[in-house]
Design a protein around this ligand. Structure first.
Ligand SMILES: *Cc1c(COP(=O)(O)O)cnc(C)c1O
Length: 368
């Protein structure tokens, strides 16, 4: 008689509270489920110009060496990043996307009973990392116009606060924290709070009073600036991100990271991409232009939206938002529905190419 059964196998208790991440629907899934050939994805803030051509060439060059393990210390890539922003290599840590860095930061710094402070709504991975470690998440609502209120943030900080996340420009609102506010905030924070400044969209910002956080690392504040190659560099599929901080902070994160967390193709691709100023500039220009055109078209339709410093725009479609989202999907246009951020009347649309934007607007007019 066998008593084989899997029902007594129990995961950690915290897993019962964890919501799975809901990514933007992939193109192939919509093609398969709805049987439509032409699908446009404006749901994950990817680069409409594609990957950096220099990165593509570097990856192709490297292909015959992929039987070798990658460099565990990502020496060349850390040097390239350090040089670009005038840091030293020991102030840079490279990870398998910025998502991995957020998890590693959580593993290195958080314990049950601790608290993290996050603005709301924001990127869900901060909460994911805290939940994984059994750490309490304290949400600070943004103002009605989705701007940051630093007094509200400071009021939420307690003796238990380990991490404070600032996403600027913030995903999904596109709003940012003004330089003066960021400086005031870090000056007034108690010394035991580590700030995680997520600058995933910093390269898209056109406002003069923006700060990408790097000067605060240079000035010695307890802050980690997180960055990614997934957005402006167009390398989301090969997963590279990095953090810039004092070596005394990064050493703790190095202790929990896997040795070969960044694959070899990602490393050579990113080294090439960070030097590809032409691709970055072209992406930035396209984004600024198409963002402005989108505003004008939405205004003409009488649709409310939040002005964005990023490569996406949060749009208020009212109580019909879910049904409009579904109907756009049926027409082959994938945007991101806001329910996951507690914004059931909103969708977030990534800025695409001129053709993609046009297709979105045609579909939207039909649906409305
Ligand atoms: C896309 C994004 C990231 C980066 O993700 P990767 O894991 O590097 O692809 C980080 N933070 C925010 C807010 C993002 O939107």
């Amino acid at each position: 008689m066998s008593n084989r059964t899997t029902v007594n196998i129990r995961p950690r208790n915290v897993l019962s509270d964890m919501k799975p991440y809901s990514p933007g629907k992939p193109i192939w899934e919509v093609q398969r489920e709805l049987g439509i050939e032409k699908v446009i994805k404006l749901a994950s803030n990817e680069n409409p110009l594609g990957p950096s051509p220099l990165a593509l060439a570097a990856i192709q060059d490297y292909l015959s060496d992929i039987h070798r393990y990658p460099d565990a210390d990502t020496v060349d890539l850390r040097a390239a990043i350090a040089k670009k922003y005038q840091f030293t290599s020991d102030e840079v840590l490279v990870t398998n996307g910025a998502d991995e860095l957020i998890t590693l930061i959580s593993e290195a710094f958080l314990e049950p009973g601790d608290e993290i402070v996050v603005p709301s709504p924001t990127f869900s991975e901060y909460e994911f990392g805290a939940n994984l470690m059994g750490t309490h998440v304290v949400e600070v609502p943004l103002r009605e116009d989705y701007s940051y209120d630093i007094q509200d943030i400071l009021a939420a900080v307690t003796a238990k606060t380990k991490l404070l996340y600032i996403c600027s420009p913030n995903n999904p609102t596109g709003t940012y924290m003004k330089k003066q506010d960021l400086h005031q905030l870090v000056d007034q924070l108690p010394a035991h709070v580590l700030v995680i400044f997520d600058g995933a969209y910093s390269h898209f910002v056109t406002a003069d009073d923006y700060c990408d956080g790097l000067e605060l690392v240079k000035a010695g504040y307890p802050i980690i600036v997180t960055q990614t190659f997934s957005k402006i560099y167009g390398l989301a599929g090969i997963r590279v991100g990095y953090g810039i901080a004092s070596p005394s902070i990064l050493q703790h994160i190095r202790q929990v990271k896997e040795p070969f967390n960044v694959n070899a193709l990602a490393q050579v691709g990113a080294v090439a991409a960070i030097l590809d100023d032409e691709h970055v500039q072209a992406t930035r220009n396209l984004n600024a232009l198409e963002r402005e055109k989108l505003y004008e078209n939405l205004q003409a339709l009488g649709i409310h939206f939040t002005r964005s410093m990023s490569n996406f725009v949060l749009i208020d479609l009212g109580p019909e938002a879910k049904s409009i989202y579904d109907k756009l999907m049926c027409k082959g246009i994938i945007v991101r529905y806001g329910a996951g951020w507690n914004l059931p009347n909103h969708v977030r649309i990534s800025i695409g190419s001129a053709e993609e934007q046009e297709a979105f607007l045609i579909a939207l007019r039909e649906v409305l």
